[in-house]
Design a protein around this ligand. Structure first.
Ligand code: TYM
Length: 337
Protein backbone atom coordinates (compact mmCIF):
# COMPACT_ATOMS: atom_id res chain seq x y z
CA UNK A 1 0.00 0.00 0.00
CA UNK A 2 1.43 3.42 -0.86
CA UNK A 3 2.31 5.42 2.24
CA UNK A 4 0.26 8.56 2.86
CA UNK A 5 3.23 10.22 4.56
CA UNK A 6 5.06 12.91 2.60
CA UNK A 7 8.70 11.94 2.06
CA UNK A 8 11.01 13.61 4.59
CA UNK A 9 13.06 16.29 2.88
CA UNK A 10 16.84 15.73 2.82
CA UNK A 11 18.81 17.44 5.62
CA UNK A 12 19.96 21.01 5.02
CA UNK A 13 23.57 21.90 4.59
CA UNK A 14 25.27 25.29 4.58
CA UNK A 15 28.81 26.38 3.81
CA UNK A 16 30.65 29.45 2.58
CA UNK A 17 33.97 30.77 1.33
CA UNK A 18 35.53 34.19 1.38
CA UNK A 19 36.17 36.01 -1.91
CA UNK A 20 39.54 37.30 -0.75
CA UNK A 21 41.82 36.13 -3.58
CA UNK A 22 41.80 36.02 -7.37
CA UNK A 23 41.66 32.26 -7.10
CA UNK A 24 40.74 29.60 -4.56
CA UNK A 25 43.62 27.35 -3.56
CA UNK A 26 43.94 23.59 -3.43
CA UNK A 27 43.28 23.55 0.34
CA UNK A 28 39.90 25.25 -0.22
CA UNK A 29 39.10 22.74 -2.92
CA UNK A 30 40.16 19.50 -1.22
CA UNK A 31 39.15 20.57 2.29
CA UNK A 32 35.71 21.89 1.43
CA UNK A 33 34.60 22.45 -2.16
CA UNK A 34 35.09 18.85 -3.29
CA UNK A 35 32.87 17.78 -0.37
CA UNK A 36 30.28 20.38 -1.27
CA UNK A 37 29.86 18.76 -4.67
CA UNK A 38 29.48 15.24 -3.24
CA UNK A 39 27.05 16.27 -0.49
CA UNK A 40 24.61 17.86 -2.94
CA UNK A 41 23.35 14.35 -3.69
CA UNK A 42 22.19 13.69 -0.13
CA UNK A 43 21.41 17.19 1.18
CA UNK A 44 19.54 20.35 0.35
CA UNK A 45 22.71 22.38 -0.02
CA UNK A 46 23.16 26.14 0.34
CA UNK A 47 26.48 27.68 -0.68
CA UNK A 48 27.48 31.25 -0.09
CA UNK A 49 30.18 33.67 -1.22
CA UNK A 50 30.73 35.46 2.09
CA UNK A 51 31.63 38.98 0.99
CA UNK A 52 30.61 40.49 4.33
CA UNK A 53 33.22 38.32 6.03
CA UNK A 54 35.77 39.53 3.48
CA UNK A 55 35.50 43.20 4.53
CA UNK A 56 36.65 42.39 8.07
CA UNK A 57 40.04 43.24 6.54
CA UNK A 58 40.44 46.10 4.08
CA UNK A 59 39.37 45.35 0.49
CA UNK A 60 39.54 47.39 -2.68
CA UNK A 61 35.87 47.72 -3.77
CA UNK A 62 36.42 46.94 -7.47
CA UNK A 63 38.69 44.03 -6.67
CA UNK A 64 36.17 42.64 -4.18
CA UNK A 65 33.34 42.92 -6.74
CA UNK A 66 35.42 40.98 -9.25
CA UNK A 67 36.46 38.34 -6.75
CA UNK A 68 32.87 37.66 -5.67
CA UNK A 69 32.05 36.62 -9.25
CA UNK A 70 35.31 34.69 -9.69
CA UNK A 71 34.63 32.79 -6.47
CA UNK A 72 31.05 31.94 -7.49
CA UNK A 73 32.29 30.83 -10.92
CA UNK A 74 34.76 28.47 -9.22
CA UNK A 75 31.98 26.90 -7.13
CA UNK A 76 30.14 26.21 -10.38
CA UNK A 77 33.29 24.96 -12.13
CA UNK A 78 33.83 22.49 -9.29
CA UNK A 79 30.35 21.09 -9.88
CA UNK A 80 28.00 22.98 -7.57
CA UNK A 81 24.70 22.53 -9.39
CA UNK A 82 22.41 25.58 -9.18
CA UNK A 83 19.43 23.50 -10.24
CA UNK A 84 19.69 21.44 -7.06
CA UNK A 85 21.60 23.68 -4.66
CA UNK A 86 21.28 27.33 -3.71
CA UNK A 87 24.28 29.51 -4.59
CA UNK A 88 24.21 33.14 -3.50
CA UNK A 89 26.20 36.12 -2.24
CA UNK A 90 25.99 36.93 1.47
CA UNK A 91 25.41 40.69 1.11
CA UNK A 92 22.37 39.97 -1.10
CA UNK A 93 20.64 38.55 1.98
CA UNK A 94 20.57 41.26 4.69
CA UNK A 95 19.10 38.74 7.15
CA UNK A 96 22.62 37.50 7.93
CA UNK A 97 23.80 40.79 9.41
CA UNK A 98 20.45 41.24 11.18
CA UNK A 99 20.57 37.83 12.84
CA UNK A 100 24.25 38.33 13.67
CA UNK A 101 23.33 41.33 15.83
CA UNK A 102 20.95 39.24 17.91
CA UNK A 103 23.57 36.51 18.30
CA UNK A 104 26.26 39.05 19.23
CA UNK A 105 24.08 40.07 22.13
CA UNK A 106 24.14 36.44 23.32
CA UNK A 107 27.91 36.04 22.99
CA UNK A 108 30.27 36.66 25.88
CA UNK A 109 33.17 39.02 25.24
CA UNK A 110 35.54 36.44 26.74
CA UNK A 111 34.00 33.72 24.59
CA UNK A 112 34.63 35.70 21.41
CA UNK A 113 38.15 36.57 22.60
CA UNK A 114 39.07 32.89 22.69
CA UNK A 115 38.67 32.41 18.93
CA UNK A 116 42.14 31.40 17.75
CA UNK A 117 41.64 32.61 14.18
CA UNK A 118 40.95 36.12 15.49
CA UNK A 119 44.05 35.96 17.65
CA UNK A 120 46.22 34.88 14.68
CA UNK A 121 44.77 37.40 12.26
CA UNK A 122 44.76 40.32 14.69
CA UNK A 123 48.38 39.58 15.55
CA UNK A 124 49.20 39.78 11.86
CA UNK A 125 47.22 43.03 11.40
CA UNK A 126 48.40 44.54 14.69
CA UNK A 127 45.92 45.04 17.55
CA UNK A 128 45.21 48.68 16.65
CA UNK A 129 44.46 47.93 13.00
CA UNK A 130 42.32 44.84 13.59
CA UNK A 131 38.65 45.76 13.11
CA UNK A 132 35.79 45.00 15.48
CA UNK A 133 34.28 43.15 12.49
CA UNK A 134 37.22 40.75 12.57
CA UNK A 135 36.46 40.16 16.24
CA UNK A 136 32.76 39.44 15.70
CA UNK A 137 33.36 37.52 12.45
CA UNK A 138 32.60 34.05 13.95
CA UNK A 139 29.21 35.30 15.15
CA UNK A 140 28.28 36.37 11.62
CA UNK A 141 29.36 32.89 10.56
CA UNK A 142 27.02 31.41 13.18
CA UNK A 143 24.17 33.52 11.78
CA UNK A 144 24.94 32.27 8.24
CA UNK A 145 24.53 28.69 9.37
CA UNK A 146 21.67 28.99 11.87
CA UNK A 147 19.38 31.00 9.58
CA UNK A 148 19.10 28.00 7.28
CA UNK A 149 18.47 25.24 9.84
CA UNK A 150 21.63 23.61 8.54
CA UNK A 151 22.27 20.21 10.12
CA UNK A 152 25.63 19.79 8.41
CA UNK A 153 28.46 22.24 7.65
CA UNK A 154 31.28 20.93 5.42
CA UNK A 155 34.52 22.77 6.22
CA UNK A 156 38.24 22.25 6.77
CA UNK A 157 39.83 21.69 10.17
CA UNK A 158 40.54 25.41 10.76
CA UNK A 159 36.79 26.11 11.07
CA UNK A 160 36.16 23.60 13.89
CA UNK A 161 36.26 26.20 16.67
CA UNK A 162 33.83 28.50 14.82
CA UNK A 163 31.44 25.56 14.50
CA UNK A 164 31.69 24.92 18.23
CA UNK A 165 30.72 28.55 18.89
CA UNK A 166 27.83 28.20 16.43
CA UNK A 167 26.58 25.14 18.28
CA UNK A 168 26.88 26.91 21.66
CA UNK A 169 24.95 29.93 20.40
CA UNK A 170 22.19 27.77 18.93
CA UNK A 171 21.81 25.89 22.21
CA UNK A 172 21.88 29.12 24.25
CA UNK A 173 19.23 30.76 22.08
CA UNK A 174 17.04 27.65 22.22
CA UNK A 175 17.36 27.42 26.01
CA UNK A 176 16.46 31.08 26.49
CA UNK A 177 13.74 31.57 23.88
CA UNK A 178 12.46 28.09 23.06
CA UNK A 179 13.37 25.62 20.32
CA UNK A 180 14.37 27.68 17.29
CA UNK A 181 17.69 26.69 15.77
CA UNK A 182 18.99 23.35 14.54
CA UNK A 183 22.31 22.59 16.26
CA UNK A 184 24.65 21.91 13.34
CA UNK A 185 27.36 19.27 13.02
CA UNK A 186 30.65 20.04 11.29
CA UNK A 187 31.46 17.75 8.38
CA UNK A 188 35.25 17.56 8.39
CA UNK A 189 36.84 14.82 6.29
CA UNK A 190 39.97 13.81 8.17
CA UNK A 191 42.11 12.88 5.14
CA UNK A 192 41.83 16.30 3.47
CA UNK A 193 40.84 18.59 6.37
CA UNK A 194 44.24 20.24 6.50
CA UNK A 195 46.22 20.44 3.27
CA UNK A 196 49.68 21.74 4.12
CA UNK A 197 51.75 24.51 2.56
CA UNK A 198 54.28 23.05 0.10
CA UNK A 199 57.12 25.19 1.44
CA UNK A 200 56.12 25.09 5.10
CA UNK A 201 54.57 21.68 5.75
CA UNK A 202 54.17 22.57 9.42
CA UNK A 203 51.43 25.06 8.42
CA UNK A 204 48.17 24.72 6.52
CA UNK A 205 48.13 25.84 2.89
CA UNK A 206 47.05 29.46 2.85
CA UNK A 207 47.62 32.50 0.69
CA UNK A 208 48.82 34.45 3.72
CA UNK A 209 52.09 32.48 3.89
CA UNK A 210 53.33 34.29 0.79
CA UNK A 211 52.16 32.04 -2.04
CA UNK A 212 55.26 30.01 -2.91
CA UNK A 213 53.83 26.94 -1.18
CA UNK A 214 50.19 27.62 -2.16
CA UNK A 215 48.58 26.17 -5.30
CA UNK A 216 46.09 28.69 -6.70
CA UNK A 217 43.65 26.83 -8.92
CA UNK A 218 43.47 29.53 -11.60
CA UNK A 219 47.22 30.15 -11.83
CA UNK A 220 49.26 29.10 -14.83
CA UNK A 221 49.57 25.31 -14.40
CA UNK A 222 53.25 25.33 -15.41
CA UNK A 223 54.04 27.68 -12.53
CA UNK A 224 52.05 25.45 -10.17
CA UNK A 225 53.86 22.32 -11.40
CA UNK A 226 57.12 24.09 -10.61
CA UNK A 227 55.90 24.80 -7.07
CA UNK A 228 55.08 21.11 -6.65
CA UNK A 229 58.49 20.07 -7.93
CA UNK A 230 60.22 22.38 -5.45
CA UNK A 231 58.00 21.33 -2.50
CA UNK A 232 59.91 20.84 0.74
CA UNK A 233 60.25 17.12 1.45
CA UNK A 234 61.74 15.30 4.38
CA UNK A 235 64.82 13.40 5.43
CA UNK A 236 65.18 9.88 4.09
CA UNK A 237 64.24 8.57 0.66
CA UNK A 238 61.22 6.33 1.08
CA UNK A 239 57.78 7.42 -0.07
CA UNK A 240 55.69 6.47 2.98
CA UNK A 241 52.71 8.09 4.66
CA UNK A 242 53.94 9.34 8.04
CA UNK A 243 52.34 12.73 8.85
CA UNK A 244 54.50 13.29 11.96
CA UNK A 245 57.84 12.07 10.65
CA UNK A 246 57.38 13.04 6.99
CA UNK A 247 54.81 15.85 6.78
CA UNK A 248 55.94 17.10 3.34
CA UNK A 249 55.84 13.69 1.65
CA UNK A 250 52.60 12.75 3.42
CA UNK A 251 51.00 15.98 2.20
CA UNK A 252 51.96 15.16 -1.40
CA UNK A 253 50.53 11.66 -0.98
CA UNK A 254 47.30 13.13 0.41
CA UNK A 255 47.01 15.49 -2.56
CA UNK A 256 47.72 12.76 -5.10
CA UNK A 257 45.30 10.37 -3.41
CA UNK A 258 42.51 12.96 -3.38
CA UNK A 259 43.06 14.10 -6.97
CA UNK A 260 43.41 10.61 -8.43
CA UNK A 261 40.94 8.72 -6.22
CA UNK A 262 43.67 6.18 -5.40
CA UNK A 263 44.13 5.07 -1.79
CA UNK A 264 47.27 6.05 0.11
CA UNK A 265 48.16 2.36 0.60
CA UNK A 266 48.03 1.72 -3.14
CA UNK A 267 50.20 4.76 -3.75
CA UNK A 268 52.74 3.65 -1.14
CA UNK A 269 53.01 0.29 -2.90
CA UNK A 270 53.31 1.94 -6.30
CA UNK A 271 56.20 4.14 -5.08
CA UNK A 272 58.14 1.32 -3.39
CA UNK A 273 61.74 1.69 -4.51
CA UNK A 274 61.00 5.06 -6.17
CA UNK A 275 62.07 8.46 -4.81
CA UNK A 276 60.57 11.82 -3.88
CA UNK A 277 61.23 13.12 -7.41
CA UNK A 278 58.96 10.43 -8.89
CA UNK A 279 56.21 11.29 -6.43
CA UNK A 280 56.44 14.99 -7.25
CA UNK A 281 56.27 14.26 -10.97
CA UNK A 282 53.03 12.32 -10.52
CA UNK A 283 51.50 14.93 -8.24
CA UNK A 284 52.36 17.63 -10.79
CA UNK A 285 50.77 15.60 -13.61
CA UNK A 286 47.57 14.90 -11.66
CA UNK A 287 47.32 18.53 -10.53
CA UNK A 288 47.92 19.88 -14.04
CA UNK A 289 45.14 17.74 -15.46
CA UNK A 290 42.70 18.73 -12.73
CA UNK A 291 43.52 22.45 -12.59
CA UNK A 292 43.57 22.85 -16.39
CA UNK A 293 39.96 21.69 -16.69
CA UNK A 294 38.90 23.60 -13.59
CA UNK A 295 40.28 26.91 -14.89
CA UNK A 296 38.70 26.38 -18.29
CA UNK A 297 35.26 25.78 -16.77
CA UNK A 298 35.66 28.80 -14.47
CA UNK A 299 36.48 31.06 -17.41
CA UNK A 300 33.49 29.75 -19.33
CA UNK A 301 31.20 30.77 -16.47
CA UNK A 302 32.87 34.17 -16.26
CA UNK A 303 32.62 34.79 -20.00
CA UNK A 304 28.89 34.04 -19.87
CA UNK A 305 28.39 36.77 -17.30
CA UNK A 306 24.62 37.10 -17.53
CA UNK A 307 24.03 33.42 -16.76
CA UNK A 308 26.28 33.73 -13.71
CA UNK A 309 24.39 36.83 -12.56
CA UNK A 310 21.06 35.03 -13.06
CA UNK A 311 22.27 32.09 -10.95
CA UNK A 312 23.27 34.44 -8.13
CA UNK A 313 20.06 36.50 -8.33
CA UNK A 314 17.92 33.37 -8.28
CA UNK A 315 20.01 31.98 -5.41
CA UNK A 316 19.46 35.13 -3.34
CA UNK A 317 15.68 34.91 -3.78
CA UNK A 318 15.65 31.24 -2.74
CA UNK A 319 18.01 31.86 0.19
CA UNK A 320 16.00 34.80 1.50
CA UNK A 321 12.78 32.80 1.40
CA UNK A 322 14.37 30.55 4.05
CA UNK A 323 16.38 33.06 6.08
CA UNK A 324 13.58 35.67 6.09
CA UNK A 325 11.22 33.24 7.77
CA UNK A 326 13.78 32.20 10.39
CA UNK A 327 14.75 35.83 11.12
CA UNK A 328 11.10 36.81 11.62
CA UNK A 329 10.79 33.96 14.11
CA UNK A 330 13.94 35.13 15.94
CA UNK A 331 12.76 38.76 16.07
CA UNK A 332 9.40 37.69 17.48
CA UNK A 333 11.00 35.45 20.09
CA UNK A 334 13.43 38.07 21.39
CA UNK A 335 10.55 40.51 21.81
CA UNK A 336 10.84 42.94 18.91
CA UNK A 337 7.43 44.51 18.41
P1 TYM B 1 37.78 30.35 4.08
O1 TYM B 1 37.22 31.21 3.01
O2 TYM B 1 39.04 30.78 4.76
O3 TYM B 1 38.04 28.89 3.53
C1 TYM B 1 37.05 28.20 2.79
C2 TYM B 1 37.07 26.73 3.16
O4 TYM B 1 38.35 26.14 2.85
C3 TYM B 1 38.84 25.42 3.96
N1 TYM B 1 40.31 25.47 3.94
C4 TYM B 1 41.10 24.38 3.98
N2 TYM B 1 40.82 23.08 4.07
C5 TYM B 1 41.88 22.21 4.07
N3 TYM B 1 43.17 22.62 4.00
C6 TYM B 1 43.49 23.92 3.93
N4 TYM B 1 44.76 24.30 3.84
C7 TYM B 1 42.43 24.88 3.91
N5 TYM B 1 42.39 26.23 3.85
C8 TYM B 1 41.08 26.57 3.86
C9 TYM B 1 38.24 26.14 5.16
O5 TYM B 1 38.23 25.32 6.31
C10 TYM B 1 36.86 26.47 4.66
O6 TYM B 1 35.99 25.38 4.82
N6 TYM B 1 34.94 31.39 8.02
C11 TYM B 1 34.97 30.67 6.76
C12 TYM B 1 33.91 31.12 5.78
C13 TYM B 1 32.50 31.05 6.28
C14 TYM B 1 31.74 29.87 6.50
C15 TYM B 1 30.45 30.33 6.91
C16 TYM B 1 32.02 28.52 6.39
C17 TYM B 1 31.70 32.10 6.56
N7 TYM B 1 30.45 31.68 6.94
C18 TYM B 1 29.45 29.41 7.23
C19 TYM B 1 31.01 27.62 6.71
C20 TYM B 1 29.74 28.06 7.12
C21 TYM B 1 36.31 30.94 6.13
O7 TYM B 1 36.94 31.93 6.36
O8 TYM B 1 36.66 30.05 5.18
Amino acid sequence: MPSSKAPTPPPRLFSGMQPTADSLHLGNYLGALAQWVILQDSHQAIYCVVDQHAITVEQDPDVLRRRVRVTAAQFLAAGVDPARSILFVQSHAPEHAQAAWVLQCLTGFGEASRMTQFKDKSQREGAERASVGLFTYPILQAADILLYDAAVVPVGEDQRQHLELTRDLAQRFNARYGQTFVVPEPHIVKATAKILDLQRPDKQMSKSLGGSGCLFLLDDVKASAKKIKSAVTDLGREVVFDPDGKPGVSNLLTILSALSGTSIETLEKRFEGAGYGDLKKEVAAAYTEFAGGFAERTHQWLSDGSTLDDVLADGAVRARAISGERLADVYRKVGFA
